[in-house]
Ligand binder design. Structure first.
Ligand code: F6P
Length: 356
């Protein structure tokens, strides 16, 4: 039994726990198994960069952040394009799969990774996916590993910002990752006690944000906490074409949505306003206990699917049970925050503003 494992897309805590889960379960389940670690995601499969692993190399990595195999972003939309290097990426990946004489390729990643995994499955390769991303925006699973740890880290950032906000009487804006989906920002905003939560799924209006800040002032609070996802947009922008939006943002003089919102708040209210962007910090370090368990169980289930020869599937958590979906059903499907989901409704009942 030869199994290849690759990690692709943004890194996050839990990747090594997932790798360890696949490996240790495979060593337990199969009499004779060889595991290949493929370097830097699909780049390694394209260019034939892989290593035959030894069992001891999967020890001591449960708590290790990042990925021992490395990762990269190989945009799905470029997979069938032949670039200046004149390499047919799909053909190369199939050839290297065959050179390793793989019985299965395990791909661990987010949306883009799953689209390429599904494409390889359609090419006839035996592929199993594991859902990974701090964005939690993969359809078909209640949660992706990496998300829980990122919520913990982001919540700690918001907690710490509270003390400086109240000491200085400032409006503090924390901008978190999440280009398309606002799950991380929503959960960390509620957990961190943010007063205003802005996410891509709910376009905001600047005057509503200012009203929320001023309402706090009237109620005697000397500070406000705004949690904003990097992909949040105003209602005005949501009606613009991509080109108009680019022009509008350039004219604002600010690259990030957080700085544009900060400028409006400070200009309109006179309150000192600061922006904090923890960026990749929320993807760093050791996985939470929850993510260690989820990643490990995803990995074990992937080994089960290999044993049962149920290829072309990706592992999932549904109704708190480990299950799996067809890659073809998951690939390219985003799971966005429903505007009326319970978490949003509960936050509104708490008096949290979504700027709308
Ligand atoms: O996809 C996960 C993610 O962390 C996004 O939330 C973020 O916008 C993006 O990756 C950052 O990409 P990179 O690590 O390539 O800068």
């Amino acid at each position: 039994m030869n199994i290849g494992i690759l990690t692709s897309g943004g890194d996050c805590p839990g990747l090594n726990a997932a790798i360890r889960g696949v490996a240790k379960a495979s060593y337990e389940m199969f009499d004779n198994v060889t595991i290949f670690g493929i370097d830097d995601g699909y780049h390694g499969l394209i260019h034939g960069n892989y290593t035959k692993m030894e069992p001891y190399q999967f020890s001591g990595i449960l708590t290790l952040g990042g990925t021992i195999f490395g990762t990269s972003r190989q945009p799905f939309k470029e997979m069938r394009n032949i670039g200046e290097d004149n390499i047919d990426k799909v053909k190369s990946m199939v050839e290297n799969y065959e050179k390793m004489n793989l019985d299965c390729l395990v791909t661990i990643g987010g949306n883009g990774t799953h689209k390429s995994a599904n494409m390889l499955s359609d090419e006839g390769l035996n592929v199993i996916g594991l859902p990974k991303t701090i964005d939690n925006d993969l359809w078909g699973t209640e949660v992706t590993f990496g998300f829980h740890t990122a919520v913990d880290i982001a919540t700690d950032v918001i907690d710490r910002i509270h003390t400086t906000a109240s000491s200085h009487g400032r409006v503090m804006i924390i901008e978190l990752m999440g280009h398309k989906a606002g799950w991380l920002n929503l959960y960390a905003g509620v957990a961190g006690g943010a007063d205003i939560i802005l996410i891509p799924e709910i376009p905001f209006e600047h005057h509503k944000i200012i009203e929320a800040v001023e309402k706090r002032t009237v109620s005697g609070k000397n500070f406000s906490i705004v949690a904003i996802a990097e992909g949040s947009i105003s209602k005005k922008e949501s009606a613009m074409s991509a080109k108009e939006m680019e022009e509008y943002r350039k004219e604002s003089g600010y690259f990030s949505v957080a700085h544009r919102v900060a400028d409006k708040i400070q200009t309109k209210t006179g309150f000192e306003t600061r922006v904090v962007s923890p960026g990749h910090v929320v993807r760093g370090g050791s996985p939470s206990a929850y993510d260690r368990i989820l990643s490990t169980r995803f990995g074990v289930h992937a080994a089960e699917l290999i044993k049962d020869k149920k290829f072309g599937r990706t592992v999932a958590l549904e109704n708190n049970q480990i299950s799996s979906n067809k890659l073809s059903e998951v690939a390219g499907k985003l799971k966005l925050v429903p505007k009326d989901c319970e978490m949003v409704e509960d936050a509104r009942r708490l008096g949290i503003s979504f700027g709308d």
